[in-house]
Design a protein around this ligand. Sequence first.
Ligand code: G6P
Length: 487
Amino acid sequence: RTQLRGDELIVVSNREPYIHEDTGHGTIVKRPASGLVTAVEPVMRACSGTWIAHGSGSGDRGSVDKHDRVLVPPGKDDYTLRRIWLTEEEEKGYYFGFANEGLWPLCHVAHVRPVFRENDWQEYRKINQRFADAVVAEARSEDPVVLVQDYHFALLPALIRKKLPRATIITFWHIPWPNPESFGICPWRQEILEGMLGSTILGFHTRFHCKNFIETVDRYLEARIEHEHSTISFHEDTTFVENYPISIAWPSDTTMATWAPVAQCKERVLQRLGMPPGHRIAIGVDRFDYTKGILERLHAVERLLEKHPEWIGKFSFVQVAAPSRSSLEEYRAFQDRIQNTTRRINERFGNDSYQPVHLLAEHHESDALNELYRAADACMVTSLHDGMNLVCKEFVAARDDERGVLILSRFAGAAREMSEALIVNPYHVEETADALHRSLTMPEAEQRERMASLRMTVHEFNVYRWAGRMLTDAGRWRLRERIEARV
Ligand code: G6P
């Protein structure tokens, strides 16, 4: 908060932090499953300002609606949420099409082919322009600090820069950035890079992604790169490229005091799932997305039961999979595959009273997830590729008993910080199965040692530090520009 000193703050993201739905008997407010929202929302609560997002609940897609501009969180009114409504056609092209069938697989390199359609690209350009206009309309000063979030808005920084040349634009790319060869297949690579270089600061989760971005610019644009300062100068503008590992807000003592004891969480979860006391469980918590490595994880569970039949009847794997982007064929096919594999494993190793895999394919609120995190013997985060991944950090934050084992993919950004986890290559089923066995047999003292150390890391490198570092860098930049303008 101190970094801003009265400056105006505007956040832009596709996903909104609260969804207002009219039920006929009043409005219910929901929270979406999104790592981005998990991270940015506490920052907005602390700083206030305006958050501009695509409205996804009930609302009038046309003219003025009561949900167009609301104060949130409900009852607290810390900041303004300004919604932009899109037609079905626009959402199909900009969000489902170019963002999620084009950029998402392009940047994740999870071996799903990106699809590039001219029409999607035109919608994407149009919607980026509409959000840029909204930023200009919302801005009360000529030099606001604008935080642009993610791959839905690659063109936004340059569009804002054109209208508000004195704005400080911080763009954060929440997903990986691939190497130049991989990125190079995008037909509009130049426009995308030019759009992003309208940013004052461009952030990625890891140094590795920054390096990939700088190399991509070097390959496809005529820009001046100063590796020593990590800056890129293109036309009139200079962009500082830096890594800012995102995180979560560490739960306060008051919040922790409301949590049920771990033993009770365990009891409740086992009972709900029809498992006997003492049954061991590992969990996975993800959006139902092909980048998360859910299939490979199921194969590892199957391999564990093959290699160590002593776990049959005594251990189950529980996967929470929040429905996501389900209107896309690729996602539906993936969901079918997971359901079939779950059924097959259950038929192979289960019986009337024992189910080795529980697939809970529905949205869970954060309290229910917290209970599950506390009940689990192990948490499997085995993404094939992930910018950061916040589930592993949420799991660690939930374990004030310092027990439970984290199994973490080496291809998640989080692996760079959380080396006390059991780090695995999710493509290597044998290795993941062995890690699972190890987690279930790990002595308590070792669990405690690893968990205590992980908790220190996440506590210290929390989301306020993520935002704080970015805003401090932005503050320094603004100061330098003011001084230079005087010369
Ligand atoms: C990732 C992306 C976010 C996105 C989230 C959920 O975390 O980086 O931008 O909000 O997935 O996906 P969705 O398409 O439902 O917003």
